[in-house]
Ligand binder design. Structure first.
Ligand SMILES: [Zn+2]
Length: 325
């Protein structure tokens, strides 16, 4: 890397953040703007929203580029992105539909510096890559939905856009299975996510107790606090939700042997170390073929308790000049 660092951006459905990634690995001068997409202006035709978002990204990147004199731009985008930096979709950014956008090429032409565009969770993976010898790991995010990415030998594993979709792995096929935000039913992301755990608690009459407040007004904050305080019912609700997640992770382990699972995402991070303990218990219960109990104990670690994974990861990716996926 040159000593001028990089411009890094995290383009999400709600907020777009832009910062200056310094050679020492810190990000400074982070600016937040509401993303000019479907969240800000629902009902606008997708083609218009795509134009507005691209224009906003270019303008934000340009501002920081001029102010910092950075040598390249790295963008983490909330949607599937090809290795060439072509954005295939942006359901939370500009809604369903829309044409693929060659975002890296467009921005390179406009800004006159190298531009790398990757999926936001792919960017997050790179935050945890210390260098070329980094052993394989699977990053798992548990927030309102669930996502994952596997890092292996210098790259994030995907096959032509497929992979990283454990959140849409089907656990339940019965007619009452909870809905997933993709429109499907019984998917892991509708069961083991923060949203899934909350839905399970709200439909459980045992929560009709003064200590939780009115059941239809239960929130993730109330449940998180209850789990952290050792509340038996909230812990049981979470344990039930973690069973399918553990099943999914043991499948990943059995298939490819990855032995490190790093958990990020607002819901899991809010519960913290107790989340890792309970997930580890569920992994013991599920079994991990060929691993000793001590090895199973070492499978899960929590990620850093902040929301800077994609920003820092985009900078790390440019620093290591890694292969994105
Ligand atoms: Zn789904």
């Amino acid at each position: 890397m040159g000593d001028t660092g990089f411009v890094v951006m995290d383009v999400g459905g709600t907020t777009t953040r832009t910062g200056h990634y310094l050679p020492d690995g810190r990000v400074t001068g982070v600016r937040r703007v509401p993303t000019a997409g479907i969240g800000l202006d629902p009902g606008t035709p997708v083609a218009d929203l795509q134009r507005r978002v691209v224009e906003q990204i270019a303008a934000e990147a340009e501002t920081t580029l001029i102010a910092s004199g950075a040598s390249a731009v790295g963008i983490a985008f909330a949607g599937p992105v090809t290795t060439a930096g072509r954005v295939l979709a942006g359901p939370t950014v500009w809604g369903g539909g829309g044409v693929p956008i060659d975002l890296a090429d467009l921005l390179r032409d406009r800004l006159g510096v190298p531009v790398t565009v990757v999926n936001d969770l792919t960017a997050a993976v790179w935050r945890y890559v210390s260098g070329p010898g980094e052993p394989p790991f699977c990053l798992v995010t548990v927030s309102s939905g669930i996502g994952n990415k596997v890092y292996w030998d210098g790259r994030v594993l995907l096959d032509e856009g497929h992979g990283g979709e454990l959140g849409h792995w089907t656990w339940r096929t019965d007619a009452d299975a909870p809905p997933c935000d993709c429109g499907g039913r019984g998917h892991l992301g509708g069961i083991a996510s923060g949203r899934g755990v909350l839905a399970a608690a709200r439909s459980d009459a045992r929560y009709d107790h003064v200590s939780y407040g009115p059941r239809d007004r239960l929130t993730n904050e109330i449940l998180v606090a209850a789990v952290r305080a050792g509340d038996p019912l909230a812990t049981e609700t979470l344990r039930t939700a973690l069973r399918p997640l553990a099943a999914a992770l043991t499948s990943v382990f059995c298939a490819i042997g990855v032995r490190r699972f790093r958990v990020i995402g607002g819901f899991a991070t809010a519960i913290g170390a107790r989340y890792a303990e309970l997930l580890t218990e569920a992994l013991h219960e599920a079994g991990c073929f060929g691993l000793s109990p001590a090895e199973i104990d070492g499978l899960v670690t929590m990620g850093e308790p902040d929301d800077d994974h994609s920003l820092l990861g985009a900078g790390r990716l440019l620093t290591l000049d890694g292969v994105a996926g």
